[in-house]
Design a protein around this ligand. Sequence first.
Ligand code: CTP
Length: 407
Amino acid sequence: MLTGKKILLGVSGGIAAFKAASLCSKLVQSGAEVRVIMTESATRFITELTLQALSKGPVYTDTFDEKNPAVIAHIDLADWADLVLVAPATANIIAKMATGLADDMLSTTLLATQAPIMLAPAMNVHMYQHPAVIRNLAELAARGVMMAEPGEGLLACGYVGKGRMEEPESLVRIVQAYFERQERVNAKPLKGRSVVVTAGSTVERIDPVRYITNDSSGKMGFAIAHAARELGAEVHLVIGSTQASPPVGIPFTKVESAQDMYNALLAHWDEADIVVKAAAVADYRPKEQLNRKIKKSGEEMSLELVKTVDILESLGKRKTSQFLIGFAAETHDLEKYAMDKLTRKNCDLLIANDVTAEGAGFGTDTNVISIFDSQGLVEALPLMSKEACARRIMELAGERLTGDLSL
Ligand code: CTP
């Protein structure tokens, strides 16, 4: 199932390094071509000879030990790999990757590679919960590094908790799932589909210098637009106020208020196959919009607000063949509010995130989302980059649209 796939296995120095032997063997048995890099510390737990015999190739430990004079080993391996899998990934190699340190063969190759990287962290539970490790993992996840999260159980140090490296069998399944996902992307399941995505926040003017808005950065909407294009769709963005830059090459309409956003969406409505409402729309706007700056007077002032158009709800009512995806940012009772919004706004999918969760919500590069349909929870995804969340959402939309649930 991994036939012809080139996997560069990085082994760093933790007790779980002994599992790398079984992992290497199982990857080879699945048809993968495996090359191995070990850190100096990893060689204290398991010998190079073991991994050499199992991978049927040389094992690299030293950046200066150039086995083939025709190439520079760390660049050659970095370019060769379809996937770099670091298992186990210790707190040390995770920290080096997060800061971009390159002081041995493995860290140097990790910096040189453009191949996707997957980590299988393994460490003591207290190390795994250390703020530095949490920050480093979040930084790597935001860069698109994939994580095979450690399991819970009895650790080698005697503690019971999270930190045990994912078992080799399930790591092989995770690697297979990754390559299957890549094949789906390459198959361009959204080819010929028109996708309209809203991103950022709306701005509701009070007077020429003041307005009501919110913290949405636009990153999630931009990631969705990028993912839709990668899957082959024709994409149009409707952008409110944002701090991030839109993906290069995707046409867009800039808007300010909820009403502007609604009008821009209607202009693309008839040809749209999928509409994604990732923008954070103001629920209320000032009743009056003044042409002149309001002057200060008195100790108190009140602003009369009226409801804005609920864009998603209105589109939900107009829906014919369009596939409608809504978002919900919640702080509590996630499922209850998500299902309520999905029904009320007649969405096909609703993406909910608990903005109080670590690494989720406005402004971050990562997100923790749960996807709902009319039947309830479809998938609850772990902490991952907004790009990875976006890919999964658009894949799912593609499956639902074509009715091909094998995708
Ligand atoms: N939305 C919209 N128009 C509005 C308000 C929200 O299209 N005037 C869309 C958002 O783009 C999002 C979804 O509705 O996709 C949910 O937004 P949210 O603000 O969470 O929902 P509300 O219905 O406003 O609910 P509440 O503020 O009470 O949580």
